[in-house]
Structures are given as C-alpha cells and as structure tokens.
Design a protein around this ligand. Structure first.
Ligand SMILES: [Zn+2]
Length: 551
C-alpha cells in the first residue's frame, strides 16, 4: 500500500512538468542562521537541488509554499551544518580500526586494551593503536618496548601517542625495521629515544617513519571500511563538512569513489598532503572539484614544526622543562619557502601546521615574503593550530590576511601540562583565541580529529568554558581567552566555511545557500555552557537530505 502510494506520487511528479519543483519546508522552535542579517528564524524552505529558496517565519513560508513537504521539529533548535576546519578523515577511519588508547590510566590499562583488541586480529597482523598520553599516567616518563614485550613477545605492536607525534613500539616491531637502531645517530626531523645507546621503544616525529614504513600497507577493502566508519562518526556528531588536512592523491581518489557512488554523506575540502603528488596534480590539472559538489581540493597543507606534548613544537627559546631543547622543524625554512611559492604559483591556498612560537614566526615571515603586495588580495592562507604565538606576532595574522585555524579541545587537553612545557610568560599567547578575535583575525575552529574527538560539541564546550568535561578548573583555564557560544558557533560554521572559500555555499542558512543543517535537542546559545557537550544531535542534513537520523 505504502509502496504503491510512493510510486503514484513519483509518477505524478514525473509526468507533470508544469508543476512547480518540489519544495521542502523545515520548521523548528528556532533556527540559528549564523547570518548576522537575520540571526534567528523559524522556517527554511529548499528545493530539489538542495538550495535554500526562502527563510523566515512559519506563517509566511507556509503561505508561499502550501504544497511543500514538511519537516516539523517544534521542540528542536536548528543550526547550520557544523564544519570542522581541521580534521584527518582517513586518520579517523584508521583510528576506528585500531585499539583506542585515549584516556588509558596507566601502562597496564594500555596492555589490557591491546590484549582485548588482539582477539579480533588474524595471527601475524600488527597490533596497532593510538591515543596514549604518558602525561595522564602515575609515572609520566615515556614507556619502553620492554613494557609491551611481556604481553606481546612475537606480534609487532606499534601505538601512537595521542598527538600523533610520537609512537611506542615493542621489540618485535623494532626487529621488523631490519636496521640497527642503537648508537648515536638520529633520523632527520625526529628523535629515537635511547637508554645507554639502545633504542627504548619511543620514536618522535620524523623517527616514527622508521616503524611506519614497515607496517603492512592497508589494502583497498580495509581503507574503504575505515573511511565509511569515519563518515558515519562525522555525521552522527553533526558535521556536514570537514577540511581534510593532508590528503594524498590515493585518498582523494578513494573519496572520489564515494562521491561518484553518491555515498559521500558530507562535504570534504581536501588539502593536498604537502609538496607531493596531490599538489603536483593541482598544478598540472588545475584545482579539483567533484561534479556532485561535495568534494574538492583547492589547497595544500604544509608542516612547519611538531607538537608541544612530545616537545616537537619549535620554540624561540628553550622548553621550560628541557634546557637546551627548542623543538623541531619538520621542514627546512628554505624548502618551506619553495613549497609555498610553488603552491602560490598554481593558485593553491596554503595552510601550514605551526604550533610553537618559532614555527609560527617562520610561517608568517615566509608568507609575508611570498605574498608581497598580494597580502591585500583574497588569498585565504591559513596557519593550522597557531597554538603558542609570540604576542607581537598575533596582529601580523591580521596584517597579512592570515586565517587562524584553531582547535578548542587542544587547549583543554593540553592545559594540565602546557605551562610545564612553555612556562607562565609564554602562556599569554597560548591557545589565545580571544586575542586573535580582538586583533580582528578570522578564527576557524576544528578538532584535529583523531587527535581529539570528532564531536564538534566538545569543541563548542571547550571554546566557551576552557574546562575539562568535569568542569575543571573552575572558572576555566586562562579564562580571559574564552569565547561566547555565538563566537564559537561562528568558528564552526560561517568562519570555517570562509577558511575553505565556501562562504557562498555553506556555513549560514540564507537564500541561495545549501540546505546543510543540524537538528539539535537543545539550543546551544541558550543552555548553560556546561551542558554544551551534552546536546543531542537529532539529525544531520546535507543538500536538504538527512545523512543521519537518531534512532
Ligand atoms: Zn592536524
């Protein structure tokens, strides 16, 4: 009966070309638009193409579109689809295929989780994991291979630290390298930690490649499953867009197969993975845009330095907790300059990872040199993280037209130990979102998943409270840098869209824009800030169609 009715309906529409195109109408308790011209409305209407044709009050829109298909959410709040301006989609997929070690309490907890996960593995497969953080353990020194060898004498174990900038291997994994890891030598851009000249099992930044390159390469079926898991997790949490920071040619092709099949549930702005094949493709073939409108590559992601947790971030002065050490440059400034100018020559947007104050300064200097008079043009170059920045350098973001792409949850994850790394004085320019906004710098927000959770509600919560999920410290860490809920929402919607050059398509709910939105159980601009992380995502919509609906 139902099927017949659907068939007849479709048939009627198909044979009646003179009918107006089908319009869909959403009504809700309130709709936050992220559009300053009309910040709160009650209803939006969109057509079959998925573009918004009208916004306003329920009565007017019902009169205008009496035949519209209706979605009524009388108790819900609707916001523009959330955009994560900095994530790693394949990384998230792989993380969902690996042992989750986030929040592990100590080494024994890590081993127990690995043993549990191992049960699902075929014999001979590497046991992989991600997310440990020795700073959370009773003993905050780095772990060693010996800690793993008892439980895993033969199977290679390789588990990344929470920031992805250090890895911990057992002896079987180190044997697989097939090279003597002892002695004094160090690989470029990285460090092998050693005890009396013998590799201890921890590999930092560039040194991780030694192990990474002997891990068996995931095949297509594995990658496809990983990617599907990442997409499912993203839309379940209200994301309708992601800026994928460091997409290889192969990964772009895999995203493309999802787009071809109409199975890409959200928008991906892919940024080429450094000065490599994907960037060459952009230079040869021009900027990439999939015809279906959900996948594009128009930028490149470059790296300047490492991360703070593993003391890889490049600082202007010594680490406060390691005299004589100022971090690592992942790329030599000259090679970086060459890569920036190459991208510029190809019309490719530049986004560069910079965490330490030295890393940020080198990027700003390089951008300034490459841009010259073009600083006043609409280049949209970005710095990813801008985590510890010298106070004098913050206004330079504005002067150079550089977007600060920052991740609120990094602040709340790092707050227990950040001061130990950089000292009190340098904290003034650390995770300093408010200073950037006050300096009139465009602030795009994201999570850096899978380094942090893919859930953007946690980002909104961290941005507004600067507290952990238990509400500590009371009043927030460096509370003068807190954002309002509206500012945080703008960072995850309109300003994230701007950072991806997508502001004419998404990020706001206004006529002509894509109908990408999230239906929430509560109003993020009205709830107590401590409840921002608990708001239910009821459904997620892209191009006017649901890509996730809560059961
Ligand atoms: Zn990242």
């Amino acid at each position: 009966m139902h099927r017949l009715a659907t068939f007849l309906l479709l048939w009627c529409v198909t044979i009646a070309p003179s009918h107006a195109a089908q319009v869909h109408l959403l009504t809700a308790a309130r709709i936050h638009t992220s559009d300053p011209a009309q910040p709160v409305i009650e209803a939006i209407a969109w057509d079959e193409s998925g573009r918004i044709v009208a916004v306003g009050d329920v009565k007017t829109l019902l009169e205008a579109y009496p035949a519209a298909t209706r979605v009524d959410a009388p108790d819900a709040t609707v916001i523009p689809g959330l955009i994560d301006a900095h994530g790693h989609v394949m990384g998230l997929g792989y993380a969902l295929m690996r042992t989750d070690l986030v929040g592990s309490k100590d080494k024994a907890d890590v081993i127990a989780r690995l043993q549990d996960f191992e049960k699902k593995l075929p014999s001979g497969a590497w046991l992989l994991g991600r997310g440990w953080d020795q700073n959370d353990w009773p003993q905050t020194t780095f772990p060693t291979a010996a800690d793993l060898d008892g439980a895993f004498p033969n199977r290679p174990v390789w588990v990344e630290r929470v920031d992805g900038h250090a890895g911990w291997a057992n002896s079987a994994a180190m044997r697989a390298v097939g090279k003597d890891l002892s002695g004094e030598w160090q690989p470029e851009g990285g460090r092998i930690l050693r005890d009396n000249g013998v590799a201890s099992g921890v590999f930092i930044d560039g040194a991780m490649t030694l192990i990474d390159k002997v891990v068996p390469v995931p095949d297509l079926a594995y990658r496809t499953q990983a990617l599907q898991r990442a997409f499912d997790a993203a839309v379940r949490n209200g994301l309708t867009g992601v800026h994928d920071m460091g997409t290889s040619r192969e990964d772009l092709a895999l995203f493309g197969t999802f787009a071809d099949a109409g199975r890409l549930p959200l928008r991906i702005d892919a940024y080429a993975d450094g000065d490599n094949a994907a960037l060459s493709d952009l230079c040869t073939n021009g900027l990439y845009r999939h015809a279906a409108g959900r996948l594009q590559m128009r930028g490149v992601k470059l790296y300047m330095d490492g991360a703070l947790g593993s003391r890889g971030a490049a600082l202007l002065a010594d680490y406060s907790d390691e005299a004589g050490h100022r971090g690592l440059l992942v790329m030599e400034p000259n090679a970086f300059d060459t890569a920036v100018r190459k991208a510029q020559g190809c019309g490719v947007q530049v986004a560069t990872h910079a965490i330490g104050d030295r890393g940020n300064r080198i990027v700003l200097d390089t951008y300034a040199g490459a841009l010259g008079d073009a600083v006043f043009a609409d280049h949209r170059w970005r710095i990813e993280h801008a985590q510890v920045v010298a106070l004098d350098d913050i206004p330079r973001f504005k002067a150079l037209g550089v977007i600060a792409s920052m991740q609120p949850t990094h602040a709340t994850s790092d707050m227990p130990w950040a001061e130990t790394r950089v000292g009190k004085e340098r904290l003034a320019g650390a995770y300093a979102w408010r200073r950037f906004l006050d300096a009139d710098v465009r602030l795009a927000l994201g999570s850096d998943f899978p380094v942090e959770s893919v859930d953007p509600r946690l980002g909104l919560y961290a941005a507004v409270t600067r507290q952990d999920r238990e509400g500590l410290p009371s009043g927030g860490w460096l509370p003068q840098q807190r954002l309002s809920a509206l500012e945080a929402l703008r960072g995850f919607t309109a300003d994230a869209a701007y950072a991806g050059r997508d502001e004419a398509e998404v990020g706001r709910l206004a006529v002509g824009m894509r109908a990408d939105f999230v239906v929430l159980g509560n109003d993020p601009l009205a709830v107590l800030v401590g409840e921002l992380d608990d708001i239910a995502v009821q459904s997620t919509w892209v191009d006017g169609k649901p890509v996730y609906e809560a059961k």
